[in-house]
Design a protein around this ligand. Sequence first.
Ligand SMILES: Nc1ncnc2c1ncn2[C@@H]1O[C@H](COP(=O)(O)OP(=O)(O)OP(=O)(O)O)[C@@H](O)[C@H]1O
Length: 230
Amino acid sequence: MLEIRGLNVFYGAFHSVHGVDIICREGEILSLIGANGAGKSSTLRAIIGQVPRATGVMRFAGEDISGRSTPDRIASGIALVPEGRQLFPNLTIEENLRIGGYTGRPGGIGLPQVYEIFPVLSERRKQRARQLSGGQQQMVAIGRALMMNPRLLLCDEISLGLSPRIIADIYEVLPRIRDHGVSMILVEQDITRALAMADHFVCMLEGRVSLAGRTGEVPRDQIAASYFGE
Ligand SMILES: Nc1ncnc2c1ncn2[C@@H]1O[C@H](COP(=O)(O)OP(=O)(O)OP(=O)(O)O)[C@@H](O)[C@H]1O
């Protein structure tokens, strides 16, 4: 589904991501883990085409997307749930969701499917986004990305600032999203949560891949060591 070879990301003169390789297969959940500043968000933003400069090979669904604009990448089936949600606070849930439907791939996931995945959003669809709890806002952010009918959903720290119970609720829904034919790359700082959900993981340290493998096959202490650079 997605193949990245030798990705470099630059912010002006600053070289943020160094030669990163990532493969995400169809139907897979891949966790991208690492400490603050490891380069996880930069990698995610490079996949959707939102970094000032990136080099390397990026193939999605068999096509080279490295030279493509963000709207073209979204149209080909990649959607991002950005860090911090970035909703329109004065628009209703439904209006926020519909904004996602204006871009992306035609067909597939629409409002009925999003409301089926997140029933609470259906009950509150006329409420303004600012009236919602943090967890419900995060559901709207995920729902808006799903309205783009993605084949690959990129999630940037969807658990940030939420209580453990709400995080569990949101993570419980991810397999249902996968059932709609959506592969996922999850950026997380929480190793336990990230590994519990994913098929494969990639651990980053200071802009480089420090370890990658199948979850369950790599010992936990080895993952922790590559996370902290010990
Ligand atoms: N817009 C930017 N301009 C300049 N440098 C940036 C920018 N965004 C990120 N960086 C730098 O790139 C490096 C990687 O940051 P990035 O946000 O990708 O890491 P991260 O692993 O996602 O960390 P976090 O969990 O804190 O978001 C850091 O040194 C950061 O300061």
